[in-house]
Structure formats: C-alpha cells, structure tokens
Ligand binder design. Structure first.
Ligand SMILES: NC(=O)c1ccc[n+]([C@@H]2O[C@H](COP(=O)([O-])OP(=O)(O)OC[C@H]3O[C@@H](n4cnc5c(N)ncnc54)[C@H](O)[C@@H]3O)[C@@H](O)[C@H]2O)c1
Length: 385
C-alpha cells in the first residue's frame, strides 16, 4: 500500500467554490489525505471550518503562517508534505513562496500569481528549494486532452498549422459583483485578481490547453480586450490572434459575457494531415479527422486498449461511464503525489512552474499589446466606396 501524501489546505472555507472540489479530488484515489488547514482569512471561521471537516483540533489553524510554522515543528512522518493553495489570486505567490521556503511541496490554484513578476519569484523559490510546485491547470488533467497531446507528438495530424481555442462563459453577463456574488466580486477587483479579468481567470486555461496539446509555446500575440460590464475595470471579454514557436497560427477567445454559455472550453487543432477537436463539456470524446479518411471518435475509458497506457492508467471507469471535472483534478493530484513519493525523480506529469510562468507571460503580453489601439485599421465607410 502506498504512503498517503499529507495535505494542508489554505483557503476553501464555507461557501468557497474550488476548495471543495480539491478536497474531493485529493481524496478520490486514497493517495492523499487532508490533515490540516487554514481555510478563511478570519481566524475563528478558519478553525471552525477545520473542525467541521473533522480535522484534529491541533491542526485547525488560525492562518496559513501558523500552519507552516507549527507543521514544520512536527516529526517528518507526521507533518504535511504538500500545501494546497485554493485562495483567490492575491495570496497565491506569498503562500507558495513561504511554503516552499519552509520545506513543503506546493499545489497552487491558477493563475500561479497575479503578475509575471510574482510568478518569477515563485520560480526562484522552486529553483532554490528543489521542491515540487504544481499549478492546477485543471484541463491538463483530462485523459482525452492527454491523448490529444500524445497523438500530436506521434505525428497523427502532421505539423500543426492552425489552432482555434475558446473558453466562453456567461455568468458575468450582468454585474453580479454588485449583488454580493462573492466569486464575481474578487474576480473583478484588480487588487485581488491581478491586472487580467477574463484573460487571467479563463484565458489562461485556453492558452495552456493550446500550448500543452501542441507541445509548443506561444511566441507572439495581438489582442482586443473589452469590459462590457458597467463600471468594470478589468476585461470580461477577449479576442486574440497568436503565433507559436512551431509555426502554428491561432485564434483564442476568452469571454465571461457570452450569455447562456456555461463552461464552453473547446479546442480545434489542424495539422497538414488532419485535425483534432475536444470540448470540455463533453470531455470523454476526442475527434480525430484525418485528411483522407473518415473521422474517428476516440473515447475515454479504462477499458479502451487503443489509448496510450499513461492515459488509460488515469481513468477509473470503463467507457460510457463518464469521468469529468473532479477526476481531472484528481489526476493532477495523483501526478503530484507520485512525484512527492519519489522525490521528484522522473519526468513531471503535472503542470509546474513553467506552465505557471507561461500563462502569466501570456497575460502580460496581452496587457502590453492592448496599451494602444494602433493595430486597428478602419474599414472604409460604405458611403465612400
Ligand atoms: N482550476 C480551475 O478550474 C479553477 C476554477 C475555479 C477557481 N479557480 C481558482 O481558485 C481560486 C479560488 O477561487 P474560488 O472561486 O474558489 O474563490 P472563493 O471566493 O469561492 O473561495 C476562496 C476561499 O479562500 C479563502 N481565503 C481567502 N484568503 C485567504 C487567506 N489569506 N487565508 C485563508 N483562506 C483565505 C476565502 O475565505 C474563501 O473561503 C482562484 O485563484 C481561482 O482562480 C480555479
């Protein structure tokens, strides 16, 4: 039986969104267990929430600083191995850096930090400590996304020419942040979210998905940002063109004002010899359309012998019994748990600080690119033609 990796969580208290998903995901396969936490900014609520989860009273911490210092004093076979950061963006970097410096591995929610500079500081701490740092780019934990990456790497569609990737949501179509919707409140506040709105919140998912499947980084981009919500200072809608190191051209949309949409993340990748397409809302199917043949529908499932072994080993049910969002997080946790147990030997299967940096470089480039409007060319007035 494998040793369980012990986790201490920061954030994810009562009413929080992603902390609950992380707790379910990390316990799904019995490889990790939550043993400690500081769940709220408010110390009393933090301890009360820890108690509600059944944590030992000595490990219901008042704040994350207390958790790091008290856990450090525990014997090595007892103290937490991994700090899971599920707070809003403003404290990702300080907690990650302090945790690494205190000797703990880190799993952080995305974006890795508010800004590229903060992410570079995390990179320095990862380099100095040699510890594991993973960033929860959730969609990279989906089996069919990993299969798409494997197909591209195997040359199934030939050299990539074109990528069309979008993440469209509708939940910020109205200014719900003014009606007490707390997830919207911090996401539209630059002090907490950072300088990117939709681009930092979901654009980073679209960008990381494209780079991960293509196996190539973005090199240049050209963007248009809009804040449709009245009074908003951060973008809630973004359209952009990008170029990749492998020569591919791409189009990316990230928007939270596409009324009626839920979590419409999708990607189409076209090479010289065929195309692949995947949609997060139907994540167990991957389409491969070769240039000269009928399209193939690849299906997720632990019993699908045609999938690559690494992909199959990340599934828990036979085809047709769908796995989804929680399992994608669980796959990232399994990758991290394996790395913690073997002390980082072998190639990291989880998205690490490089992906964290790459997504913040993407946000930074968009903000630099949109400082002026010179790239816009006026279409001639119809009357003057
Ligand atoms: N990977 C994904 O698919 C995904 C999806 C949603 C959110 N996220 C990310 O997860 C993070 C949290 O988002 P959310 O929607 O769950 O936010 P949320 O507002 O629902 O929850 C945040 C929680 O963190 C707590 N918190 C804030 N500061 C704290 C501190 N200093 N110490 C302890 N606890 C603190 C809050 O009390 C709250 O319980 C964000 O960075 C977001 O970008 C990622």
């Amino acid at each position: 039986m494998v040793r369980k990796v012990r986790v201490g969580m920061v954030g994810g208290g009562a009413g929080a969104f992603i902390g609950e998903i992380h707790r379910k995901a990390l316990s799904l396969d019995g490889e990790l267990e939550l043993v400690a936490g500081a769940f709220h900014r408010d110390p009393e609520r933090s301890c009360a929430f820890g108690a509600s989860l059944g944590l030992a009273s000595s490990r219901q911490y008042r704040d994350w600083q207390e958790m790091l210092s008290k856990e450090r004093e525990r014997p090595t076979d007892e103290r937490v191995d991994l700090i899971s950061i599920v707070t809003p963006n403003d404290v990702h970097a300080p907690i990650a850096i302090a945790a690494l410096e205190a000797g703990f591995h880190v799993m952080s929610e995305k974006p890795a930090a508010r800004t590229l500079d903060e992410a570079l500081e995390i990179e320095e701490a990862v380099r100095q400590t040699g510890l594991i740092y993973a960033v929860a780019q959730t969609y990279l934990g989906y089996p069919m996304v990993r299969q798409a990456r494997a197909l591209v790497a195997d040359g199934a569609i030939g050299p990539i020419r074109k990528i069309i990737v979008e993440y469209v949501q509708g939940w910020l179509s109205q200014t719900v942040e003014t009606d007490g919707q707390k997830q919207a409140a911090w996401r539209t506040d630059p002090v907490v979210a950072g300088p990117g709105g939709a681009i930092g919140d979901i654009g980073v998912h679209a960008a990381s998905l494209a780079e991960y499947i293509a196996g190539s980084p973005m090199t240049e981009l050209c963007a248009s940002l809009t804040a449709f919500g009245s009074g908003r200072v951060l973008d809630d809608d973004a359209s952009l063109l990008f170029r990749m190191e492998n020569g591919a051209q791409g189009v990316l949309t990230a928007s939270q004002i596409c009324a009626g949409e839920e979590n419409g993340l999708s990607i189409r990748i076209y090479g010289e010899e065929g195309g692949l397409s995947w949609r997060q809302e139907e994540p167990n199917t991957l389409w491969h359309a070769p240039l000269d043949g009928p399209a193939q529908r690849w299906r997720a499932g632990a019993d699908r012998g045609y999938l690559s072994p690494a992909v199959r080993s990340q599934m828990r049910t036979p085809a047709g019994h769908p796995e989804g969002y929680i399992e994608a997080f669980a796959n990232l946790y399994r990758d991290v748990a394996a790395a913690v147990r073997d002390l980082g030997e072998g190639e990291a299967a989880y998205p690490g600080i490089d992906m964290g940096l790459s997504t913040l470089a993407f946000v930074d480039a968009i903000l630099r690119n949109t400082r002026d409007d010179e790239k816009w060319t006026r279409v001639k007035d119809r009357g003057a033609l």
